[in-house]
Design a protein around this ligand. Structure first.
Ligand code: SF4
Length: 374
């Protein structure tokens, strides 16, 4: 009599129960709620045929909700200074390998204009928790003025990723032109959080997102894959992100960085990252799910699109003097540009969305957020 494994349990030779897989994918296809155990089961797949079925279901889900359209985000990492000690991050304070820069307002504006001209739909302004802004009275004032000016000039959507922010700063961001607040927890296991982000307050970081939501900002949350989490912890994270209603959700593989406590860790396999993207798509069908060029560069993009991602992030123009958060891969060679990405989209049967498509999506998301808060 055949033995049916429990969800998450693998039978011999790495093949899962095909009936269970079909039932789970059918259930996801009907957009029914998958339990954390079912999420863990999908994450546990190792057989290429089964992973192929998962990816196909995820692509179909993307097609259902987004057609063939993909959004493109320009990345402006304007300060790599940071007061924190995150164990995975090249730019943790005191790391001599973390190349430091803090771009001037003119440099930020110029990089933004060039990105806008290149055809991106959104500008993501990112920094570490730079004391220059975070620890001076009125330190954020010049940034408010700058993003307001860039918003007026370009008309693009604006995301800010400036770390944990005080509520009074978050409240001022929408009037300054920001639409989105990104603040990655990286894990929703408190114990792992304390190892990945030593000295930081788990609840304070989560609260910052709730305060941003109250201020009217759309939210991006993210988790690292391959940074010491168990499969159950990872599944619980995806479940948390679904329940918390973040409008954009990202999974990104951990990359070992020089000079950090995790420098000696092995780089995780690539397939589980794409597999996790597919599970995000199946469990959160209508949300925005990024494929970051920061990990594996342009060469890694097809597998993430194949898994159902519908946003290409971390587009950085060569000669802008800007880095990615995890790598500078492909920047100097001009392979993190709209021009370089378009053929990859075409090969995947996808196309760059129009600007109005993102505006429409964001307006709907803001309306839903307002209705949920009422
Ligand atoms: S992950 Fe962000 S907060 Fe942590 S050290 Fe790096 S830049 Fe700073």
């Amino acid at each position: 009599m055949p033995v049916t494994p429990l969800p998450g349990q693998q039978p011999a030779r790495g093949r899962a129960d095909r009936n269970l897989l079909k039932r789970t994918l059918d259930k996801a296809g009907r957009e029914e709620f998958l339990s954390p155990e079912e999420i863990a089961f999908l994450l546990s797949l190792r057989d290429p045929v089964e992973i192929g079925a998962l990816m196909a279901a995820a692509r179909e889900m993307r097609r259902r909700h987004f057609g063939d359209k993909v959004f493109l985000y320009g990345f402006v990492y304007f300060s790599t200074w940071c007061r924190n000690h995150c164990a995975f991050c090249l730019y943790r304070t005191g790391n001599a390998w973390g190349g430091r820069y803090r771009k001037s307002a003119a440099e930020i504006a110029e990089a933004s204009r060039r990105l806008a001209d290149s055809g991106v739909h959104l500008l993501d302004f990112t920094m570490g928790e730079d004391p220059f802004y975070h620890e001076r009275d009125g330190g954020f004032g010049p940034l408010f003025l700058l993003i307001r000016k860039i918003k007026e000039e370009t008309g693009l959507a604006i995301m800010v990723s400036w770390g944990v922010l005080p509520p009074e700063i978050l409240e001022r961001l929408p009037a300054a032109g920001a639409d989105w607040y990104a603040c990655y927890q990286e894990t929703h296991s408190r114990e792992l959080f304390s190892r990945l982000r030593p000295g930081q307050d788990y609840d304070r970081r989560l609260r910052s997102k709730e305060e941003a939501r109250r201020a009217g900002l759309l939210l991006e949350e993210g988790v690292l894959s391959g940074a010491g989490e168990s499969r159950q912890e990872f599944a619980a994270s995806l479940d948390f992100m679904r329940r918390a209603g973040f409008q954009q959700v990202r999974v990104m593989n951990f990359i070992p960085q020089k000079g950090t406590p995790m420098a000696h860790w092995g780089a995780p396999d690539r397939t589980p990252e794409a597999q996790a993207i597919a599970v995000l798509r199946l469990t959160m069908p209508r949300r925005l799910i990024p494929a970051s060029l920061d990990v594996y560069g342009l060469e890694g993009l097809p597998e993430k699109l194949h898994a159902g991602a519908n946003v290409v992030t971390s587009l950085i123009l060569p000669t802008s003097g800007l880095n990615g958060v995890a790598s500078a891969l492909d920047i100097a060679g001009g392979r993190r540009t709209v021009e370089a990405v378009r053929p990859v989209l075409r090969d995947a049967g996808l196309t760059a969305a129009g600007r109005e498509d993102l505006s429409l999506w964001m307006n709907n998301a803001k309306r839903e957020m307002g209705a949920a808060a009422a």
